[in-house]
Structure formats: structure tokens, C-alpha cells
Design a protein around this ligand. Structure first.
Ligand code: SF4
Ligand code: SF4
Length: 168
């Protein structure tokens, strides 16, 4: 499947589902949308997703981001957005699908994004602490995304990147 088509289908899957049945933003003041010390917050776009931001909504910016794989884009925002325009990483947060090697085989896994621990109180409870429907939607999004080889390679690189973070 084409990478943009995969991203669109995953976004559709995640659009109306949240980590808890209640509004988790009430317990943290929507910490994941707050700006960092530079006055910006940011999410890495999935390969192909940048096509949806050719015309950037007000307050958003794109910058090249090569930490995980060359050619990625980081979308920064000013902490407010039209919910329908938020990137897929925001919809999946604080979880993420990754492709990891186990017993010599690469497979899909849903995990707490290690970068989320600094901001999101839900991370403490792990994947099991989140709404089952949300976890299953993240898993299904991962399955959809893996249908494109470029995105699957990104999810594999993400797993390697998280290993690197763990060993720092
Ligand atoms: S930081 Fe975590 S708990 Fe707070 S709004 Fe974001 S996902 Fe929900
Ligand atoms: S793009 Fe929207 S949902 Fe994502 S961090 Fe910014 S304000 Fe929050």
C-alpha cells in the first residue's frame, strides 16, 4: 500500500479514540501539547505524512529530523491545533507501534514511547493501564502502517532508536 494511504488509514483508525475513556488531559493540563523550553513542542511525522502539511496550519512548522532515519520531518506546534489536523504521532501518544527483533524474527509491538515518560502521567501504568480499545487501535494502526515497506523500515529504525536511548 502507498505510504500516504497507510498513514491516512491509521489516522482514521486513531482519530476518535483516546488513551482513557475519560479526558486524560484534565489530569495533566494536556502536558503533551505544552511547549518545551524553546517555546515549541514537536512530533516526528510518519514517512509520507508530510504530504498532508504542504499548507501548514497556523502555529505549525516543519524541520528536517534525521535522528531516527534520514529524510524525516519534525512538526512543531504552538500547543494548540485543530484536532483533525494533529499528526499521527499525537493520536498514538503515549504509545507507539515499533518493529522489534525477537528470536531472530522481526515483529510488531505496541509499547509506551520512552520519550513520553517525561511528560505523560499515564506512562507509569504502562500499556496495561490504558483503555484496551485504544491499545488495540494502536496495534491495528501498526499493522496498517507495516503494509508499506518504507514505514515498516521506519518502525524498525524506531525500535533501534529506543534501544539507543535506553543505553544512554
Ligand atoms: S500527557 Fe498523557 S495524560 Fe496528559 S493529555 Fe497527553 S496523553 Fe493524556
Ligand atoms: S499538534 Fe496538536 S495534538 Fe499535537 S502536540 Fe501540537 S497541539 Fe498537541
Amino acid at each position: 500500500m502507498d505510504k500516504l494511504e497507510c498513514v491516512l488509514r491509521a489516522r482514521e483508525m486513531m482519530e476518535n479514540i483516546t488513551p482513557l475513556k475519560t479526558d486524560c488531559g484534565k489530569c495533566c493540563g494536556a502536558a503533551c501539547c505544552q511547549s518545551d523550553e524553546d517555546g515549541q513542542g514537536g512530533m516526528v511525522l510518519f514517512p509520507g505524512e508530510e504530504a498532508l502539511y504542504c499548507q501548514l496550519p497556523e502555529g505549525m512548522q516543519l524541520t528536517p529530523y534525521d535522528d531516527i532515519l534520514p529524510g524525516l520531518q519534525l512538526l512543531t506546534c504552538d500547543g494548540a491545533c485543530d484536532r483533525h489536523l494533529r499528526p499521527l504521532s499525537c493520536m498514538l501518544f503515549p504509545l507507539t507501534p515499533v518493529v522489534v527483533e525477537k528470536d531472530g524474527k522481526a515483529g510488531l509491538k505496541v509499547m509506551v514511547d520512552p520519550r513520553a515518560y517525561a511528560v505523560c502521567p499515564l506512562c507509569e501504568g504502562g500499556v496495561r493501564g490504558m483503555d484496551k480499545a485504544f491499545v488495540e487501535a494502536v496495534r491495528e494502526s501498526g499493522r496498517i502502517l507495516c503494509q508499506n515497506t518504507e514505514i515498516r523500515a521506519y518502525l524498525q529504525a524506531l525500535g533501534v532508536y529506543f534501544e539507543r536511548l535506553r543505553n544512554w
